[in-house]
Design a protein around this ligand. Structure first.
Ligand code: CU
Length: 163
């Protein structure tokens, strides 16, 4: 039982330490009055993190190509959402582009480009701070790289014990 408890603890603690949920526009949400190029500044978006778009029924969220983002071109969305609380998982490294496809909204600022970095630790925007930290970044990287496989294994073991 102690083993199961320890595994459960690991399962609960580990994802919280690495996956970050980014509330797009913070308290303003997904709207025409936020400068999203300003909002992304200084933030690090890592594979596995999520974007949360909160918006009213007058808006939508389309994931688009770079070209459609640049030109505010609608109609070719890679993915489209209109539920008002859209959660997008950043599944791979690279830039992801989002616009609101409602007429005029993209051109008035409802456009978001997010640079997603891999979890390898080679990112130029390494998450900051303390040099004498109790969690050396090397160790963090190792855990992080194996995290998905690790969680699957842990989940499997926990389920096996509990069943
Ligand atoms: Cu809109």
């Amino acid at each position: 039982m102690a083993v199961a408890a320890a595994l459960l603890l690991l399962l609960l603690v580990a994802p919280a330490a690495y996956a970050v949920q980014h509330i797009v526009g913070d308290r303003s949400g997904w709207t025409e009055t936020v400068d999203y190029s300003d909002w992304v500044r200084g933030k690090t978006f890592t594979v596995g993190d999520t974007l949360v778009f909160n918006y009213g029924s007058s808006h939508r969220v389309d994931e688009v190509t770079r070209s459609d983002y640049t030109n505010c071109e609608t109609g070719n969305a890679i993915d489209s959402h209109s539920d008002g609380n859209t959660i997008v998982t950043l599944s791979k490294a690279g830039t992801m582009y989002f616009i609101c496809p409602v007429l005029g909204h993209c051109s008035s600022g409802m456009k978001l480009a997010v640079d997603v970095v891999a979890t390898s630790g080679t990112s130029p925007a390494t998450p900051s701070t303390r040099s004498g930290s109790s969690t050396p970044s090397g160790a963090t990287t190792v855990v992080n790289n194996g995290s998905i496989l690790g969680f699957s294994l842990v989940l499997g073991v926990v389920l096996a014990i509990m069943s």
